[in-house]
Design a protein around this ligand. Structure first.
Ligand code: F6P
Length: 455
C-alpha cells in the first residue's frame, strides 16, 4: 500500500486535537495505514527550519518545521488570514492585500516544499490541505516532484466576481491546476471554482482544472462522538453545568472567535428572543464557548471587543440576581467536555455568515440523546446546510429570524424533534470522515482521465 503524505498548516502532533472540529481531528480519526504528516510545528523561532522535527504515534509519523517570526507574520497572519480568509468567506471589505505579505506567503510555501522534498519516497501519494498551502503543489512540481497530488480546500471558494478581487487571482488558478484532484466542500464551491478556472485559465491547464475539480463534503466519526457524549455527560463538569442550570433549558454555541461565525448577530438574536418572548426569561441559559483566535489580526481583536460589549449589554439588561442569561467564555473546552455539554443542550446554535462545512453542527447532532434530542439551528450559508436540511435553517444576517427559530425549537414537539434528529443523524453517518477520506483517495488514485498540464 502506498504511503500517504498529508500536508497541512496545523499538525495534530500535540494537544491541538483537543479543540472542537477542525481538519486535524477529522483526518486523524479517519486515517489508517502508513502516513507521513508534514506541516508547521506551531512554534515561532528566529529562523524557519530547514530540517523537520519528527514524532511518531501509531503508524503516523509527524514531521514539523518551525516558522520564523517574519514568515509567520507574512504567510500566516498576513496573507493567509488577512487576504485569503476574508476573501474566501465573501468579506471583501475586510480584505487587506499587501504585495509584501503575498511574496512572503509564496516564499514560505517554497520553504515548506524544500523541507518536504527530502522526506518523499517514490510511490507516495500527497494530499495537501487548505488555503495556507495552495501554491505548494506547484512549488513541488517545479522541483521535479512527479507524485500523485491531491488538494482539498476546507473553507468556501467564492464566485469569480469575488475571487477576481485578489490581484494574483490568475496565479492561484494556475496553482490549483497543478493538482491531480482539487477537492471542495460543496457543489457551490466547486462550481464557483469552475467559473474562475473557465475565465482565468487557458488551454490544457483549463481543461485539466475543469475535470479535476470535485465536491466532497467532509464529515465526522458520528458514532465515536456519540459515545464520547454519552460517557462525558456523567463527568464532574457536566454534572456541575447541569446543577448550575437549575432546570433551565440550555442553548449552546461553540465556535472559534472569528468574524465568519456570525456571533454578534447570534447574540442580538438571543437578546431579541428575551425581549419579544418574556416567557423565556429565567427559563433558558445560553452558553457560548468562543476560544480566542488569530489575535494578531486587528479584526479579531475588534470582534472580541464588540462581543464583550454585547454580553455586558444583554446581561446588564436581563439578568436577575440568580440568573445570568448569557454565559460567554473566550477560552476553549476539550471536545470531550463539549460533547457532554452538547448532549444537555435543547438548542445547538450554528449560525456562521459563511462556513466551509462546520463540523460543530454535526457534532451537536451526534451528541444528542435519541429519546429526547435537541434542535440544531443552522445557517443556510454553512456548507453543512447542503445535507443537514432537517435542521431549522436560518439566515444568519437576520437576528429576528434566528430568534423565531429559537422559539420554534423551544416549543417543538418531541415527535418532530425525534424525526428531524433521525434524518440529520442518517446524513451524518452516511457522510463520515472515513468515507470522505476513502472517496478522495480513491479519486486521486484512479487512472487520470486528462493529462495534467505542465505548469
Ligand atoms: O477552517 C479552516 C481551518 O484551517 C481549520 O482547519 C482549523 O481548525 C481552523 O481553520 C483554525 O485556524 P487556525 O489554524 O488559524 O487557528
Amino acid at each position: 500500500m502506498a504511503r500517504l503524505v498529508i500536508v497541512s498548516n496545523r499538525v495534530p502532533v500535540s494537544s491541538k486535537r483537543e479543540q472542537a472540529g477542525g481538519l486535524a481531528v477529522v483526518l486523524e480519526e479517519a486515517l489508517k495505514g502508513e502516513v507521513l504528516w508534514f506541516g508547521w510545528s506551531g512554534k515561532r523561532t528566529s529562523q524557519t527550519s530547514v530540517k523537520p522535527t519528527f514524532a511518531t504515534r501509531g503508524t503516523t509519523t509527524f514531521a514539523t518545521i518551525d516558522l520564523s517570526e517574519d514568515d509567520y507574520q507574512l504567510y500566516y497572519a498576513g496573507f493567509s488570514n488577512r487576504s485569503l480568509w476574508p476573501l474566501f468567506h465573501y468579506r471583501t471589505g475586510l480584505v487587506a492585500y499587501s504585495r509584501e505579505h503575498y511574496k512572503g506567503y509564496r516564499a514560505t510555501n517554497r520553504k515548506f516544499a524544500g523541507a518536504l522534498i527530502p522526506l518523499l519516497r517514490p510511490g507516495d501519494t500527497l494530499w495537501i490541505h487548505d488555503y495556507h498551502l495552495i501554491p505548494l503543489g506547484r512549488a513541488l512540481r517545479d522541483e521535479g516532484v512527479d507524485l500523485k497530488m491531491g488538494y482539498f480546500l476546507h473553507i468556501p471558494f467564492p464566485p469569480l466576481s469575488v475571487f477576481d478581487i485578489l490581484p494574483p487571482a490568475a496565479e492561484f488558478a494556475v496553482d490549483l491546476a497543478a493538482y491531480d484532484v482539487i477537492g471542495f466542500q460543496t457543489a457551490e464551491d466547486r462550481d464557483n471554482f469552475l467559473g474562475c478556472a473557465g475565465k482565468l485559465l487557458t488551454g490544457a491547464q483549463r481543461a485539466h482544472a475543469l475535470s479535476a475539480a470535485v465536491a466532497l463534503p467532509v464529515g465526522i466519526d458520528a458514532r465515536a462522538f456519540a459515545r464520547m457524549a454519552k460517557t462525558s455527560r456523567m463527568n464532574a463538569e457536566s454534572l456541575r453545568l447541569k446543577d448550575s442550570l437549575v432546570g433551565r433549558r440550555l442553548i449552546i454555541g461553540a465556535d472559534r472567535l472569528d468574524y465568519s461565525k456570525g456571533l454578534p448577530q447570534r447574540f442580538e438574536a438571543y437578546s431579541e428572543l428575551l425581549e419579544t418572548h418574556a416567557e423565556y426569561r429565567e427559563k433558558v441559559s445560553y452558553l457560548q464557548v468562543a476560544p480566542r483566535s488569530r489575535e494578531e489580526v486587528s479584526e479579531y481583536r475588534e470582534l472580541k471587543r464588540s462581543l464583550d460589549r454585547l454580553t455586558g449589554r444583554i446581561n446588564g439588561k436581563y439578568a436577575e440576581f440568580d440568573w445570568v442569561p448569557l454565559r460567554y467564555m473566550t477560552h476553549g473546552l476539550s471536545r470531550k467536555l463539549l460533547a457532554g455539554f452538547f448532549r444537555m443542550a435543547a438548542i445547538g446554535l450554528v449560525t456562521p455568515l459563511r462556513d466551509g462545512m462546520n463540523l460543530v453542527a454535526m457534532e451537536y447532532v451526534a451528541a444528542q440523546d435519541e429519546q429526547d434530542p435537541g434542535v440544531l439551528i443552522l445557517s443556510r450559508f454553512a456548507g453543512a446546510a447542503a445535507s443537514l436540511d432537517a435542521a431549522l435553517i436560518v439566515n444568519p444576517y437576520d437576528p429576528g429570524g434566528i430568534a423565531e427559530a429559537m422559539h420554534q425549537a423551544l416549543t417543538m414537539s418531541l415527535e418532530e424533534r425525534q424525526e428531524r434528529w433521525r434524518s440529520l443523524m442518517h446524513r451524518i453517518e452516511e457522510d463520515s470522515a472515513a468515507s470522505w477520506c476513502r472517496r478522495f483517495l480513491a479519486r486521486l488514485n484512479a487512472p487520470s482521465k486528462t493529462l495534467r498540464a505542465a505548469s
